[in-house]
Design a protein around this ligand. Sequence first.
Ligand code: NCD
Length: 301
Amino acid sequence: MRHDHLLTAKQLSRADIEEVLSRAREFADDPAAHADRHPGALLALCFFEPSTRTKMSFETAAKRLGGDIIDMGSVESSSVKKGESLADTVRVIEGYSDGIVLRHPSQGAAQMASEFVDVPLVNAGDGAGHHPSQTLLDLYTIDQHAGLDDLTIGVMGDLKYGRTVHSLAHALTNFDARQHFISPESLRLPRSVRYDLHEAGANVREHEELEAVLSELDVLYVTRIQRERFPDEEEYEKVAGQYRIDAATLADARDDLAVMHPLPRVDEIDPEVDELPNATYFDQAHNGVPVRMALLDLLLD
Ligand code: NCD
């Protein structure tokens, strides 16, 4: 992979994706056997928004490769609270570390920050923009369950603000995928993403009802309504709880449908689905470690 930074899924070619996935498969066989890869490497975690999986799986990945992490801590406890700019913050942290993982509420923040640093920077979510390392673990999981070619995927929920959706949709244009997007009208994919998908020649359909396509799907990727991004709580209330799946919903699905979710879930997937063989979201979250090991290994090399 010939990239200095990972900022959006748009920069990932099919060859890049295959390289990360194949290295991730090697790491997944025995994650504890690779501490000789990057001894002493220090990864800086700069999270300006909450995170459990992304942050902890990057930390695990760095340690599994023989490195360690330094953590900016919460915004409340950092100099950001004193009014420091993002550019200054990353310029300082670059001097302490070999790589930076950045999550920030502003779309475009990672792109901007990357212009100030020479160490590799990974966008771990920029507002409603992109989340490309999540996409790599999503692709790894899809590949395990359905394969990446001749794929029919349904992506449901908050397609407007869901950054994992934007990144996944872009990345899937590298493969022979039929993408069905299911959401209320108000949470459709942003125009810019639809435009890019069209330009890439993607096979895309939009629906308001899951029933219209459920029986065709290999994968159903469910997302959380991104409450924190709604400018007004009333708008959130209008759409909250509209796209929920439970065991009864899946009665019309193929037996081997893989149900995915980047997590955290709120109420989009009834916990009764967890017991079904279709539930892959916890495996998906666990895949974050080998996939982020592979990504760091390539970026740090
Ligand atoms: C996602 C995110 O932060 O965009 N979480 C994650 O990284 N797994 C999805 C979400 O918050 O809904």
